[in-house]
Each structure stands twice: as structure tokens, then as C-alpha cells.
Design a protein around this ligand. Structure first.
Ligand code: GDP
Ligand code: IMO
Ligand code: MG
Length: 461
């Protein structure tokens, strides 16, 4: 069977940790979208691993596949594999021949376009990994696929077509001089060909490429359990998220089919687990109706004035950010923090069809007198239970907060060992509210970053 792990919010919900917890019974772990914009944390035997591209199953010796829906930067791929080897692991990573390759000019263009947009404060706040430009080329039918790296002639042909266009974009559209760029080789066909055909040789030598769909179907026919590891989250989905403040792929459950070659029937026959952070964090731009406060030093109007009603919210944001270590895994950026946004979660539950939930960071909220959630929104005098379709309307939504009694910090590892009923009663009330609103049972509760700090109520496999 399959278990699909999907971020229900804006990324960084703790997907990596849950893949690790439920991955015990998986034979194969597959990423189905995104690239090295992800940052998934797994804590194993006190060691912290931060993975941006390699699936989280690498930490426990699973077979790991980057599906056809992914965009793969071979530099990152081999750096990450080599770094894991240095730490004593021997990751088995396969890459779909149909996955698209992130080339240096994609990163370059990601940076240039963000810079241009930032002149009008319109930047997305991307991770700068070239994700958008790579998916653009995929849709524009001028991309380079992983399979192309193994065929020198095809690779050269593709580069000779694409690179002059990119050069013209940089020079004629954005008005930059290629010679002045930090990495002028990013637009040099020969340099790109030399570097990327070498990656192709290494992929071939290590037998790393697969036809993902048929490989996974064969493994499943032999009885293998497959875990599908989403990156990013539902509100960063290019179709179901808050466009244009999104990534360029489909983190939602439908992406697990198109991004692997497993059919919707196969994925739908399995479980789809929504990963929920018990509050909300966001890196990058865009609305956030339940936002408590921005980033200190970077937030207009936050001056620490105790008379200012905003100050209390800002302090709460700082408290939650510090308790939850809310700093970007990939970029180190401080994350924006807010209360849980339930209309957002109702939208996610519908778009993904969650069969179960994992709620993380219940420990992070411990110690607060009150925990609030945005229960509904008000827009133009009307109450909404779910997100409107346009980002402009979403930005005008006012959250109607509901207040829960807080819970105290406790020996969380002991709670995890004892089980769900050992959670503080007020925390259980909070979780049961979520189950009722999203019509899905809570399978796991995160009470700390490690696997032994996860309350497992139900194993989806
Ligand atoms: P992902 O991108 O969804 O895999 O999440 P990230 O790894 O970017 O961010 C989650 C962060 O929270 C990591 O530092 C995790 O170790 C940590 N984390 C995950 N679950 C919990 C939890 O239940 N409690 C606490 N305190 N930390 C958690
Ligand atoms: P994980 O898998 C949080 C955000 C970026 C930006 C937008 C587009 O760790 O949850 P991109 O580089 O993808 O073009 O950026 O999406 N973003 C993430 N935010 N977690 C992530 O991944 C993210 N990946 C991208 O900050 O707002
Ligand atoms: Mg992350």
C-alpha cells in the first residue's frame, strides 16, 4: 500500500519527522515534487539530519526515489549523498529518468527575477534554488530531463537550444551583462555540457536512474510498502495555494500520482496523512490572516512599545519562534509565525482528502495561558469557513479567533512512551477540535523533534 505525507499549511510542518516515524514499515520512500527548496529534518539517535533533496528514508536505509515530478539539481544531489556517506550512512537513491534537471541558469534567473520584483516589493521570497524557472522550462518543452544527462548528444542538443534563449533573457530583457555575473559559466554551453555530462556518467555508473512509474509498480506488485513524501505544503501548491506566493509544483495529494506514475487509484487506496503544525509559520511573502508578528528588526511598527497592543502579539511571535526554532532549514531565514488557521486546514483537508492527521509542535505551545486559533474568517461582512480562491480576497480576510485553555510543559518523552491519553487534557481538547473540524483522526502527535517524542496513536501501514 501507499502512505502519502502532505503538508497542510505553508511548509515546514514537520513532514520529515513523520516520514521517519511512519517510514519504519515502508520499503521505498518517494519524493513526488519540488527539488532542493525543501528542508526536511530528521532527528535520529540525537543526530540531526537536514535534507533538501534526498528523501527522508535515507536516514533509515530505505530505497529512496526522486519521482518524475521532481526537479533535480545534480550538484545538490551528489553533495547531499556524499555528506550522508561522510556521516556513516549509505543512502540508496534512485532518480526518475523523467525528472527535470535544475541547471545553473535556472538559479540565476530565479535570483534575477526576484531582484526585479523586489523593486516594487513584489518578490515571492523564493528559496533561490531555481525551482520556478525549471518548471517553466518543463512546461515550455525546453527542459533537460535526467535521462538526457545520460545521452551526450541529446544533452548538447538541448543546451544548444536553451542557453542562447536564456542569455538573451538575461541581456536583452533584464539588461544585464553576462560577463559581470558571479557565474558566467551558467550561460556557457561548453561548461554546462562538461559538468552535466559528468553527472550523467556518475548517475549511470552508480545505476541510479529508474523509470519511476514502472519501478514503483513492480515493487508494489512484490508487496513493497511505498511512502510518498510531499515537500512544501498545500498553500504553496501552484493550483490550490495562494498564487502567486507559491512554489511551482503540486505538493497536494494529486501530485503524488502525476509525480510518480502511480495511478490515482493506487494513491487513493492508501492513506493520505495531513501534517499540521499546531500553529502556523511562513517563510516568504503573502497574506497570513492569523499572523502574530513579523520578524523583529524587519517588521514595520514593531518597536517594543509596551503601550502598543501589537507588542503583546509580537512578543508571542518571538516566544513561539524561539521555542519552535522557527528558522528556515534551507535559508536560515526567521519564519513568520501565527495562530493555527483553520479555514486554511479545511481547504487542505478537502483538496487532499486526508484520511489521518499528524499534529506537530504541541510541546512548543506549552506554557502559554491561552492558545488561539483562527476558527473562521470575516470577508465583506460575511463569515467564511474556508479560504477564498483569490489571494487578494484572502489578504482581506479577518480571522475570527477561538480561544483554548493552554497546557503546561511536561516530560514529553514519557508522554510519548505512555501514549495519547497521557497528553495534557487541554492539549487533547485542542486536538479533538481539529479532528472534528477536519473530519479526520489524529494518528500522531509531535511533542518534540525526535522520533521518541512522537505520540503514535495509529500506524497507517
Ligand atoms: P518539514 O519541512 O515539514 O520536514 O519541516 P522542517 O524540518 O523544515 O521543520 C520542522 C522543525 O521542527 C524541525 O526543526 C523539526 O526537528 C522540528 N519538529 C518537528 N516536529 C516537532 C515537534 O513536534 N516539536 C518540536 N519542538 N519540534 C518539532
Ligand atoms: P519544506 O518541504 C516552507 C516557499 C518559499 C517561497 C515559495 C516559493 O521544507 O516544507 P520556491 O523556491 O519553491 O520557488 O519558493 O515557497 N517554500 C517553502 N516554504 N517550506 C518549504 O519546503 C518551502 N519550499 C518553498 O519560501 O515563499
Ligand atoms: Mg522544511
Amino acid at each position: 500500500m501507499t502512505v502519502t505525507i502532505v503538508g497542510s499549511q505553508l511548509g515546514d510542518e514537520g513532514k520529515g519527522g513523520i516520514v521517519d516515524v511512519f517510514g519504519d514499515d515502508a520499503d521505498v520512500v518517494v519524493r513526488y515534487q519540488g527539488g532542493d527548496n525543501a528542508g526536511h529534518t530528521v532527528v535520529h539517535e540525537g543526530e540531526e539530519y537536514k535534507l533538501s533533496l534526498v528523501p527522508s528514508g535515507a536516514i533509515r536505509g530505505k530505497v529512496n526515489v526522486l519521482g518524475n515530478g521532481c526537479v533535480v539539481n545534480p550538484r545538490t544531489l551528489f553533495d547531499e549523498i556524499d555528506a550522508l556517506r561522510e556521516r556513516g550512512l549509505d543512502p540508496d537513491v534512485r532518480v526518475a529518468e523523467r525528472a527535470h534537471v535544475i541547471l545553473p541558469y535556472h538559479r540565476l534567473l530565479d535570483g534575477i527575477e526576484e531582484e526585479v520584483k523586489s523593486e516594487d516589493d513584489d518578490e515571492i521570497g523564493t528559496t533561490g534554488r531555481g525551482i520556478g524557472p525549471t518548471y517553466e522550462d518543463k512546461a515550455g518543452r525546453r527542459g533537460v530531463r535526467v535521462g538526457d544527462l545520460l545521452d551526450a548528444e541529446v544533452l548538447r542538443e538541448r543546451l544548444e537550444y536553451a542557453v542562447p534563449q536564456k542569455r538573451a533573457l538575461v541581456e536583452d530583457v533584464f539588461g544585464l551583462d553576462v560577463a559581470d555575473l558571479d557565474d558566467p559559466d551558467a550561460l556557457d554551453v561548453d561548461a554546462l555540457y562538461d559538468e552535466f555530462s559528468e553527472y550523467g556518467e556518475r548517475l549511470a555508473a552508480e545505476g541510479m536512474t529508474v523509470n519511476a512509474g514502472s519501478y514503483l509498480a513492480e515493487r508494489m506488485a512484490d508487496g513493497a510498502n511505498v511512502m510518498l513524501e510531499g515537500a512544501q505544503g498545500t498553500i504553496l501548491d501552484i493550483d490550490h495555494g495562494n498564487y502567486p506566493y507559491v512554489t511551482s509544483s503540486n505538493p497536494t495529494a494529486g501530485g503524488a500520482c502525476t509525480g510518480t506514475g502511480l495511478s490515482p487509484g493506487v494513491v487513493g487506496d492508501g492513506e493520505v496523512i495531513g501534517i499540521v503544525k499546531a500553529y502556523l509559520s511562513r517563510v516568504g511573502s503573502g497574506p497570513m490572516p492569523t499572523e502574530l508578528g513579523g520578524v523583529p528588526g524587519d517588521t514595520p511598527g514593531y518597536d517594543g512599545d509596551p503601550e502598543d497592543p501589537q507588542t503583546e502579539r509580537e512578543e508571542l511571535a518571538v516566544y513561539i519562534r524561539d521555542e519552535g526554532h522557527e528558522y528556515g532549514t534551507v535559508t536560515g531565514r526567521p519564519r513568520r509565525v501565527g495562530w493555527l488557521d483553520v479555514p486554511m486546514l479545511r481547504h487542505a483537508a478537502r483538496a487532499n482528502g486526508f484520511t489521518g492527521l499528524a499534529v506537530n509542535h504541541v510541546d512548543t505551545l506549552a506554557g502559554l495561558d491561552e492558545v488561539k486559533v483562527g476558527h473562521t474568517y470575516t470577508l465583506d461582512g460575511e463569515e467564511l469557513r474556508t479560504m477564498p480562491a483569490t489571494t487578494e480576497q484572502w489578504g482581506e480576510c479577518e480571522a475570527n479567533l477561538r480561544t483554548f485553555d493552554g497546557w503546561e510543559a511536561t516530560d514529553w518523552a514519557a508522554v510519548a512512551a505512555e501514549g495519547y491519553d497521557a497528553l495534557p487534557e487541554n492539549a487533547r481538547t485542542y486536538l479533538e477540535y481539529l479532528e472534528a473540524e477536519l473530519d479526520a483522526p489524529v494518528y500522531a502527535v509531535g511533542v518534540g523533534p525526535g522520533r521518541s517524542e512522537t505520540v503514535v496513536r495509529e500506524n497507517p501501514f
